[in-house]
Design a binder for this molecule. Structure first.
Ligand code: SAH
Ligand code: SF4
Ligand code: F3S
Length: 473
């Protein structure tokens, strides 16, 4: 049994770790043949991608996937700690599972993901959720098959959570949820320690994957017919710093762009180390998508300082305009937190004015949520939740207005769209443009899913575009 501890999770040093080649324990291959599993994933793309590895590990054990948790023999919650409501959703689901387990005594229930890294969550599970069979940390995914086997054989709760990152495992099996678009991890963890954020505690220190491992994974995806890769990391701009003296995200993007892959995306970029070299590489290669997620969090310098974001409103805007001016047709999206402890009306107005100025193509807006163990959770907060909700509405009014205005500018234009499916409701095709806009469109020709086609935009909505296919090539 390994229990999590934030004090340990917070430490950063140059401790060595090994790059290991994952090998599945042959003794348990297909041991649970025919059993059914259901994974519920909360949180970010990294968690979604972890679930793609977890699903594949379960299938090696012999499990098969089902769409309804009521039909499953094993239910795994891949959880997120980022905000209180993510927590509440997972605990709500645990409540439902408790009832289910009363009827189905052999049901195996597991918890993994970021909540598993929280000591308070694990102690609650030990105390009040004894029906949970196992808890597995974010650094322990490679142990999943053996932990499940142990939980079943010993019929005893298993808690395996390393507080700190262990070795980095390559070649975990994967079953991807999309046949054309793939996630590729390039860096794990985060060393930024924004004062409100749990990620540096739940995901450990920044560790880059070796470039040859990343490039080999992308070569395989190309062979398998993938059209788009999204390079993942909590802060992809830090890529390479822990491994190489002179190889960074700009170099990696360039090496990938030279390959025969039509679309490359990456997320998330912290404004702090977004270099000119990166901007130039993105501008130079047509297969690096002109779509940048650049979280600003706040437009107030005072709040940015309290958040520990390491940039000012002015330096953010300078970067914003450099990106806009250098990358033709670029769309910029962002994340914004309102109601950080002590945020005044004036601080909030700075954020509102920044949103007016940047006219983002997309924005994810959140009310600050105090997370246990983070410095911001200890700052005195005099702003009521009602006031915070009002600010969120006011901000959403502004950002939504610009989503629509930006989309309207595209009417009459031709966009390249990766065809992803046919929507049930309207019997239209749908897919995403290079700038990541959802496009619903008609076509006189039969289209293949995974094709990249030209679509002429006929009308604009706040969150999508309608159009008509012009050609397929
Ligand atoms: N690594 C990314 C962020 C990942 S978390 C980055 O730094 O850009 C995604 C978003 O969740 C953050 O950008 C932030 O806007 C929001 N977030 C993180 N912690 C939060 C908290 N405690 N309360 C509210 N929103 C939070
Ligand atoms: Fe959290 Fe900041 Fe790291 Fe993003 S950069 S994951 S917000 S600590
Ligand atoms: Fe949530 Fe963990 Fe991702 S806290 S946002 S699942 S890294």
């Amino acid at each position: 049994m390994h229990l999590p501890d934030y004090k340990e999770a917070r430490t950063r040093d140059k401790r060595k770790y090994n790059r290991m080649n994952f090998l599945f324990d042959k003794d348990i291959l297909n041991k649970y043949c025919g059993k059914k599993y259901f994974i519920k994933t909360y949180g970010c793309q990294m968690n979604e991608h972890d679930s793609e590895n977890i699903g594949a590990l379960l299938e090696k054990l012999g499990f098969i996937s089902v769409d309804n948790y009521l039909d499953a023999d094993l239910v795994l919650l891949n959880t997120c700690s980022i905000r209180e409501n993510a927590h509440n959703k997972a605990f709500g689901m645990l409540g439902r599972l408790k009832h289910l387990k009363n009827e189905k005594k052999d049901l195996i229930i597991g918890i993994c993901g970021c909540m598993a890294q929280e000591a308070s969550v694990v102690s609650e599970i030990l105390q009040d959720y004894k029906f949970v069979n196992f808890v597995l940390g974010t650094h322990n995914i490679y142990q999943l098959p053996n932990i499940i086997d142990k939980a079943i054989q010993e019929n005893k709760q298993q808690i395996e959570v390393f507080s700190r990152e262990g070795d980095l495992y390559e070649n975990l099996p994967v079953i991807r949820s999309n046949s054309y678009k793939a996630y590729v991890n390039i860096i794990y963890g985060c060393d930024k320690f924004c004062t409100y954020c749990v990620v540096p505690y739940t995901r450990g220190r920044e560790r880059s994957r070796k470039r040859e491992d990343i490039l080999a994974e992308i070569d395989k995806l190309i062979l398998d017919g993938y059209k788009e890769v999204t390079l993942l990391g909590q802060n992809v701009n830090a890529y390479g710093k822990d491994l190489y003296d002179d190889y960074n995200l700009g170099n990696l993007l360039e090496d990938i762009a030279k390959k025969d892959i039509p679309r490359i995306r990456f997320m998330t970029s912290h404004p702090w180390d977004f270099t000119d070299e990166m901007i130039n590489v993105i501008a130079k290669y047509s297969n690096i998508m002109p779509s940048i997620h650049l979280p600003v969090q706040s437009g107030s310098d005072r709040i940015l300082r309290l958040m520990g974001r390491r940039y000012t409103r002015e330096s953010y805007l300078k970067l914003f305009y450099k990106i806009k001016d250098t990358i033709p047709g670029v769309a910029i999206s962002t994340d914004i937190i309102v109601g950080f402890p002590g945020e005044t009306e004036e601080d909030f107005l700075d954020t509102l004015r920044l949103a007016e100025e940047c006219q983002y193509d997309n924005a994810f807006t959140f009310i600050f949520s105090a997370r246990d163990g983070t410095p911001a959770s200890r700052i005195e907060d005099s702003v009521s939740i009602q006031e915070k909700e009002k600010r969120l509405y006011r901000l959403n009014d502004v950002v939504n207005h610009y989503f629509l205005e930006n989309n309207k500018k595209l009417v009459g234009k031709t966009l390249k769209v990766l065809v992803e499916g046919i929507s049930d409701k309207k019997n239209m095709y749908y897919g995403y443009s290079e700038t990541n806009k959802l496009v619903n469109f008609d076509s006189d020709m039969d289209l293949q899913l995974g094709d990249i086609v030209e679509v002429s935009v006929t009308s604009a909505k706040t969150w999508s575009l309608d159009g008509k296919c012009k050609s397929s090539n």
